[in-house]
Write a protein that binds this ligand. Structure first.
Ligand code: G4P
Ligand code: MG
Length: 171
């Protein structure tokens, strides 16, 4: 289907390398990689190969109220003693996709409460669509490895049959 975009693990690795090269070129000195689960976990681990700094993980979930489509986000996993670990620190926040940006903005707002010094946001893919908002001033860098139209991205970690996925990713 023309509105689906299949991506292989090999391509993911190369997109992360591109992000690592971009952030290294800015001389941004990050203390931690913060991965937004679950889509940010595998990109974060690959990024660690290039930057060699520790990974912290956060997770959110969405729920509707009274079966209304309006989703509310809440933290389901966060950083222990976040203030102690993050105060005055520079982080790289990584996720797989900048889609509506709702998740990213929520995580950034929550992380800022720990008095971070600076945030660099890295995503594999940015979709060309209306975003939930602008990034706050603490976000000093933003890089997307690839810009896409408003397509549905098929990531390899969602594949049930990875060989079939890879064939689609190649074509
Ligand atoms: P954003 O801040 O990163 O733009 O995320 P948004 O809230 O708009 O996205 C809601 C969920 O939809 C996120 O997953 C996001 O990863 C997922 N998503 C958005 N576009 C695509 C796409 O093209 N392909 C795939 N596979 N997923 C997409 P989540 O609920 O946080 O779950 P998880 O899959 O990361 O665990
Ligand atoms: Mg995600």
């Amino acid at each position: 289907m023309g509105n689906e975009h299949y991506v292989s693990y090999s391509t993911i690795h190369k997109l992360v390398k591109k992000l690592a090269d971009k952030i290294v070129a800015t001389n941004y000195q990050a203390d931690y990689i913060v991965a937004i689960g679950s889509g940010g976990f595998i990109p974060a681990r690959i990024l660690k190969t290039f930057l060699n700094i520790p990974i912290l993980a956060v997770g959110v979930s969405y729920y509707g109220i009274d079966n209304k489509p309006l989703d509310v986000i809440e933290k389901i996993q966060w950083i222990d003693d976040a203030q102690k670990h993050l105060q005055g620190k520079r982080i790289i926040l990584i996720d797989e996709v900048d889609d509506s940006r709702t998740t990213l903005l929520y995580c950034i707002d929550e992380l800022i409460k720990s008095n971070l010094k600076e945030i660099a946001v890295l995503v594999l893919h940015n979709k060309d669509k209306k975003k939930a908002g602008e990034f706050p001033k603490e976000v000093s860098h933003y890089f997307a490895a690839q810009d896409l139209k408003n397509v549905w991205i098929k990531y390899p970690w969602d594949a049930i049959e990875i060989d079939k996925h890879n064939i689609k990713a190649r074509s």
